[in-house]
Design a protein around this ligand. Structure first.
Ligand code: SF4
Length: 352
């Protein structure tokens, strides 16, 4: 692990104060987020926002932020934002030498797979994912023994070691497209049972499932959605395909995070609820102040490990570098690149 901090990059909290200059320089950012960040909180965030943005330039670094990051990260310091697929694609096109991934560990690994020559940092190594933790490379090898000749499709929410044992990756935005691209009767789909079931409901391909779940989306219930409909007349319900099947059956639209954002942008519902991680609604509400967002608050504890102070520390000390063992990286990269090639060939049709 590479840990260093130079005098050129002072980054301890002692140096950070909400000065008039910081207030002025961060005012345009605050104007964008004022609807979702109370004014009283901005003096806490602003010094970090200013310091991170300055350090990014000095380091020739960019920050990728997943849709589930908090608004002060998503709108304050991120250069590229989106869902797992968008981040993977954008990571492939950057000329920056350093990539800081504000998301969870598998996302940083994916960025490293696509950019092996670049420095990829994650601000907190403990930012994991219940889906990624639900399956190991040994599990995949056992599945292959049990179902010889059946291709393995791995959701990107997996470790590089699991990707390395897979034929191709997918995200929630392109899962259906990827499954059908294989032109086979059966696939092993892992690790998300609910996304797999949703894909199975959209295709004639037989889907062999793994029983992994997202600890955030599995908490939503159909009863909760009934309550939204009663309490907020006319509300349109958008649900992520990691939710249980009875929740998806109750939704007006099922799609990835990018699919939900597109839906709001194109349909401009008067009132909407996004049945997904809590910060997503805040981030989208900034772009669509005319839409009323009903906000159930299921937080992802892993995504929330990433904070502005940790991002600043990450850039100042160049930690925590993400590395993937070369043999694993080569095989995992092939699975990711096959997915990206499917997207290029067939456009953006998918679950969303
Ligand atoms: S929201 Fe769910 S799938 Fe996404 S990182 Fe958190 S636990 Fe993993």
């Amino acid at each position: 692990m590479n840990v260093r901090q130079s005098d050129d990059f002072p980054a301890t909290d002692a140096h950070l104060a909400y000065t008039p200059e910081i207030a002025r320089s961060t005012a345009p950012i605050y104007e964008r987020v004022r609807g979702v960040i109370p004014e009283i909180e901005w003096p806490v965030h602003a010094p970090y926002v200013a310091a991170i943005n300055e350090l990014k330039r000095k380091r020739n670094a960019i920050i990728l932020a997943h849709n589930y990051q908090t608004p002060e990260i998503f709108h304050g310091v991120a250069d590229l934002t989106g869902d797992s697929l968008a981040l993977a694609r954008q990571a492939a096109n950057t000329s920056a030498q350093v990539i800081v991934v504000c998301g969870v560990h598998f996302m940083a690994e994916t960025a490293k797979l696509i950019n092996p020559e670049k420095t990829v940092l994650i601000p907190d190594l403990e930012a994991g994912c219940s889906l990624a933790a639900s399956i190991t490379a040994d599990d995949v090898r056992l599945l292959r023994e049990r179902y010889p000749e059946v291709p393995v499709v791995s959701y990107v929410n997996t470790s590089a070691a699991v990707k390395a044992e897979s034929d191709i990756c997918c995200t929630s935005a392109n899962a259906l497209e990827v499954v059908e691209s294989l032109e086979t009767d059966r696939v092993i789909f892992l690790p998300d049972e609910y996304l797999g079931r949703y894909v199975a409901s959209q295709t004639n391909v037989e889907i062999i499932l793994w029983r992994g779940h997202c600890e955030v989306h599995e908490r939503f219930t159909a009863d909760e959605l009934h309550v939204f409909r009663r309490q907020y007349p006319g509300v349109e319900i958008l649900a992520h395909p990691e939710c249980p099947p009875d929740v998806l059956a109750e939704a007006d639209f099922v799609g990835s995070t990018s699919g939900m954002i597109r839906y709001v942008g194109e349909s401009r519902p008067r009132r909407v609820v996004m049945v997904t991680e809590c910060s997503m609604s805040d981030n989208v509400a900034v772009e669509y102040p005319d839409v009323e967002f009903v906000r159930p608050c299921n937080l992802c504890p892993h995504m929330k490990r990433i904070t502005l102070p940790k991002i600043l520390h990450s850039l100042a000390t160049m930690t925590y570098g993400v590395e993937v063992e070369p043999d694993v990286a080569g095989r995992a990269r092939r699975a990711v690149e096959r997915m990206l090639a499917v997207g290029k060939k067939a456009g953006s049709r998918g679950v969303a």
